[in-house]
Ligand binder design. Structure first.
Ligand SMILES: [Zn+2]
Length: 394
């Protein structure tokens, strides 16, 4: 048995001053004790000068792009259209890909991440996922340039899906984004295994040109997609925004992770929340800064009290895979958001989105959530500092 305490414990549901957490040798929480701030030194108690939080949930990553660090030029000022242009021409499959994927998986665990919602276009990451200490929910992502390629594309996604199932790893087939999935393919994805309640993820409103493309098939995104061979006249885009198009096709009963939301406005949030109660808004701030040099209106989402999560995105658009670093950039830009709320986004909300909150996301009896210590914490402001660090306790 181990017993931990720190200046504060953020359990994911509440904040305990100098509380105590007892775990068994495998990290399962046996007891959480509220000492009311007063406790005496006790035998076998490990006390830390910092704050204890549950293991982090990374709600959006592309593990299979782990070899692409620094490969995409983010100084072009072309935003997502430039990124798409580069990633299509630069994505390769080097000999040491498995090594790079395994390294990224280890890095995430060292940075306190215990579960990941991970996008896969191939089966490249599956053997690492099978061996990993991290829980992975895999989103097999599908998209294509033309209606004529829909059957071939969906068959490929299914083949990858069955490989995942053979390995007994959890996952679903998901659309890439409103702009890259023709009508027939989006329907095939939505109807696939729709007798089940699924978890789906889709990139949403990451660049300003997305909504313009939906409305008029014009703009910077339309231009680069046409250049890359997308036959946009074959896409029907039934909606006035990427969000409307996505929700046109997605099932209300499913859990829906909307990724990025960099250009989502309050009316979009209202629209989606009216559509379903199972919407999770995932922010990947460092990736947004890398690609679009801008951030979503994060305070607006917190003010509305909707469910928000944190993702690192991939090494194609980030220099590290750390939930803490994503939180720090939010604190730097929006210091008015309380740390307690940020921790909910980074832990319990992500666990609910991936439907693993029976085990992960909060420090509660019976769960095995992983336990992180955050050091160099700003106890005056009760928030992160730029120098705050995470250490895995369990
Ligand atoms: Zn992504």
């Amino acid at each position: 048995m181990r017993r931990f305490s720190a200046e504060y414990i953020y359990t994911g549901n509440e904040v305990l001053k100098r509380g105590i957490v007892e775990t068994d040798d495998f990290g399962k929480i046996i007891k959480v004790i509220d000492t009311g701030g007063k406790f005496k030194e006790q035998q076998s108690l490990e006390f830390f000068n910092g704050v204890i939080v549950p293991g982090f949930i990374n709600a959006h990553c592309h593990l299979e792009l782990s070899h692409m660090k620094g490969m995409i030029d983010n100084k072009s000022g072309r935003g997502l259209p430039g990124f798409i242009d580069e990633i299509i021409s630069k994505r390769n499959f080097p000999e040491n890909l498995q090594e790079q994927i395994a390294k990224a998986d280890k890095e995430m665990r060292l940075k306190g991440i215990v579960a990941v919602g991970d996008i896969s276009n191939t089966d490249d990451s599956f053997s690492v996922k099978k061996r990993s200490d991290i829980f992975y929910q895999t989103f097999i992502e599908s998209f294509t340039i033309s209606d004529k390629k829909v059957d071939e594309t969906f068959n490929l996604a299914k083949a990858i899906f069955y490989k995942l199932k053979d390995l007994k790893l959890p996952g679903t087939i998901v659309p890439h984004a409103a702009y890259s999935v023709p009508d027939r393919l989006y329907k095939m994805i939505s109807f696939f295994e729709d007798e089940k309640t699924k978890i789906v993820s889709v990139h949403n409103q990451e660049t300003p040109g997305e909504d313009e493309l939906m409305k008029n098939k014009t703009g910077a995104l339309a231009d680069v997609l046409s250049e890359k061979g997308f036959l946009l006249n074959e896409f029907s885009y039934p909606g006035n925004s990427a969000l409307e198009v996505n929700l046109h096709y997605l099932n209300k009963k499913d859990t829906i992770l909307l990724i990025h939301n960099t250009f989502s406005k309050e009316k979009d949030v209202n629209f989606a929340e009216k559509f379903s109660e199972n919407i999770y808004w995932v922010f990947c701030p460092l990736s947004n800064l890398y690609i679009e040099n801008t951030l979503p209106d994060v305070p607006m989402f917190f003010k509305k009290g909707v469910d928000t999560c944190i993702g690192t995105d991939s090494y194609a658009s980030n220099t590290e895979l750390s939930v803490l670093s994503e939180l720090k950039i939010i604190v730097e830009n929006f210091p008015e958001i309380p740390f307690e709320k940020l921790i909910e986004s980074a832990t319990i909300n992500g666990a609910k989105a991936l439907k693993i909150d029976d085990k992960y996301g909060s420090i509660e009896e019976g769960k095995t959530p992983g336990i992180n210590l955050i050091t160099s914490f700003d106890f005056k402001k009760m928030n992160l500092k730029s120098v705050s660090k995470v250490k895995v306790l369990i």
